[in-house]
Structures are given as C-alpha cells and as structure tokens.
Design a protein around this ligand. Structure first.
Ligand code: NDP
Length: 334
C-alpha cells in the first residue's frame, strides 16, 4: 500500500516538484495542501502526475481556522488510515514590503504563514502520525536561518529572535517581529525559518521517543527561480540564478530540489530524527538516491545527502523552549 504523504504549498516551486516526484514513484498517495485549490489542480496536471496519485485540498496557512478545517477534512477523507509523512514546505518572503501585512489572526504574514500555521498543523497531526509505522515529518528550513553559513550569516540582515519579547506580547498586530522591534521583511522571513528549525528540534525532544516519528529539517539548495522571489525586481530575478550558479555554487534546479525534499521522506536511509539534511557536491553530480531507485550516472542529478550542523541560534535550547511555549499560546492551543 502507498504511503499517505501531505505537502503544504504544493502548487508551485519546491513543493510541487516534490509532490510530482513522490506521486510518480508509485509509493505515495500525495495530499497537496494548497491555498488555491484550482492552481494546485492545474499544476498537478501540468506536471503529469497520475490522476489516482494525489488529491488537492484547501489549506490557507494565514488562518488558524483554515488549518483546523484542513485537518478535519483530511481526517474525513483518509478515515482511519494514518498520515505517514508530513512535509511543511509553504512559505512567503516579503523583503520589499515597507509595512507588515497580517494574517487572519493578526500575525505578521511571514511569521504567521511560515511558522504559526505550520506549528498548529504539526501539533494537530502528531497523534495521528504516531499510529503510522516509521512516520516522518519534515519542515523545510533554510541556511538563511543559519548564522554560521555564508548565506545565513554574512548576508544582512541576520535572523535574531532576541528574547522573544514580540512573542511575549502575543505576536499579534501591532507587534510585527519576534523580537518586538519594528517590521523588517527580510529579517521576518529569516526569523520564521529559525522558528521552523527550532520547532523540529522541540518536536524531536517532546515526541520522538513516544511516537517514533522522525522529525527533520532540510535545506534544498538555492532554487533561485521559484516564485519565492516574486517580489524582487526583474534584474534581480535574472541575475540571482546566475550568481548562485557561477559564484556561490549553491544553485539547484527546481526538479532536483523537489527530488531532494522527496528523498527526505522516501529514502530508507533518512529515518533518523532531529537531522538537518543538506546536500554537498553541488547539483548535477552523482547521487546515491533517485526516485526510480536506479543510481544516477555522472551528469545526472543528485548531490550527496549529509547531516548538516544546526547553527548556534537554532540550537539555543532555552530560546527554543520559550519559542515553543509562546507559540502554543499564540495559536490558542493552551
Ligand atoms: P514558492 O513561492 O514557489 O512556493 C511557496 C508555496 O507556498 C506556494 O505553493 C504558495 O502557494 C504556498 N503558500 C504561500 N502562502 C501560503 C499560505 N498563506 N497558505 C498556504 N500556502 C501558501 O517558493 P519555493 O518553492 O522556493 O519555497 C518553498 C520552500 O522552500 C519554502 O519553505 C522556502 O522557505 C524554502 N526555501 C526556498 C529556497 C529557494 O531558494 N527558493 C531556499 C531555501 C528554502 P501559491 O502557489 O498559491 O503561491
């Protein structure tokens, strides 16, 4: 029987390519959790996903009610069958907005969608996933949340949750930032990614032993062509893929990035919990894993997967615990 695999933000970019990769293996039935269901359906067709390999369901992460509704609908759809894999992939990035935009619940959107929406989603599904054998949960991270790498550390601004005084104040309008300081879009995204990665470690500490679920994060490489950069200027969208490809070497194509994310839930060797997966050797090299099980030849895709180090900021246990407790409050789970 096929694994039941849920992917958020599966209507474009990394999520879509991951969904298509998994669906085509024949080993997964994919639930594409999308804010725009029609867009998700069109995208699945364009990718040539077999008709009986997926379903598109509504999920607006900028609304905690929508998250709850999604879980309700998902449970009705799948009945007793547990969720085997949950991939939290959706995100927004708003580096050029001068003013914060807010979610239905009053969170600044990057933190609200990328972190709080997923935080509630995972928490609502943990019990269900515990019933599956070898369940896996991956929250997509980023080096931008990692202060010890070039992309995350040297490129201004840095992620910094401070003492979480913004979360302490409730994390809602007019409070825009986790540290309680004035809105700064590029930093809000990085802060949200740090929260994503801290959530993985906290999930591991709290639930791995009792549930057997493997919790992980991953950095897919820089997929410079996705819509994540839709708010950047045209010259940037042209120059950025080139820069990542030839200058930093961090560039990865969209399909290959999707295969990397798929690997985290499909490769029998990725069962370890509390891991931050990354790939070395760059894209387009010989890799061990491939969706069809046949090793790729030279020139094929697939850098080699490895367990990367978390940044000190992400490993800060005390802040992670506080982040968790304040997120529970902010999401009305207490
Ligand atoms: P995209 O913008 O292509 O994909 C983001 C997805 O999230 C889209 O499907 C989008 O839906 C969905 N989404 C956005 N807002 C919401 C919402 N409110 N509710 C539900 N879904 C929503 O970007 P990427 O594919 O690049 O990003 C995917 C992940 O990869 C993100 O977590 C990002 O942080 C991460 N990442 C990306 C990197 C890159 O270089 N691109 C590098 C490192 C990490 P819609 O299709 O309707 O717009």
């Amino acid at each position: 029987t096929r694994k039941l695999t849920v992917i958020t933000g599966a209507s474009s970019g990394l999520g879509l390519n991951c969904a298509a990769t998994l669906a085509k293996t024949g080993r997964h039935f994919v639930v594409m959790a999308c804010r725009d269901v029609e867009k998700g359906k069109r995208a699945a067709k364009e990718m040539g996903m077999p008709d009986d390999s997926y379903v598109v369901m509504k999920l607006e992460l900028g609304s905690l009610q929508s998250v709850r509704d999604f879980v309700f609908n998902l449970k009705a759809f799948k009945s007793a069958r547990p969720v085997n894999n949950l991939i939290c992939n959706a995100a927004v990035y708003k580096p050029t907005d001068p003013e914060p935009a807010w979610t239905d619940d009053g969170f600044e959107q990057s933190m609200g969608i990328n972190h709080f929406g997923h935080f509630l989603l995972v928490n609502l599904l943990v019990d269900d996933m515990a019933k599956a054998k070898g369940a896996r949960c991956c929250i997509v991270g980023s080096i931008t949340g990692n202060t010890n790498t070039v992309g995350g550390g040297l490129v201004y601004p840095q992620a910094d949750l401070g003492t979480l005084s913004g979360f302490e104040k409730g994390a809602k309008k007019p409070v825009a930032m986790a540290d309680g300081k004035p809105f700064f879009g590029a930093k809000a995204y990085k802060d949200s990614k740090v929260c994503n990665m801290m959530t993985v470690s906290e999930l591991h500490r709290r639930y791995h032993e009792s549930t057997g679920i493997a919790f992980s994060s991953m950095y897919p490489g820089c997929i410079a062509e996705t819509s994540l950069f839709r708010e950047k200027r045209p010259w940037f969208r042209k120059a950025f893929p080139w820069f990542m490809k030839y200058v930093t070497g961090g560039y990865v194509g969209m399909q290959e990035a999707g295969e990397r994310l798929a690997q985290v839930v499909d490769d029998p060797q990725c069962t370890k919990s509390d891991v931050y997966w990354s790939w070395n050797g760059g894209a387009q090299q010989v890799g061990r894993w491939s969706p069809d099980g046949k090793p790729r030849g030279a020139g094929g895709s697939g850098g080699e997967i490895f367990e990367n180090e978390q940044s000190d900021a992400v490993r800060d246990r005390e802040t992670a615990k506080k982040m968790w407790e304040l997120s529970v409050k902010a999401c009305g789970m207490d």
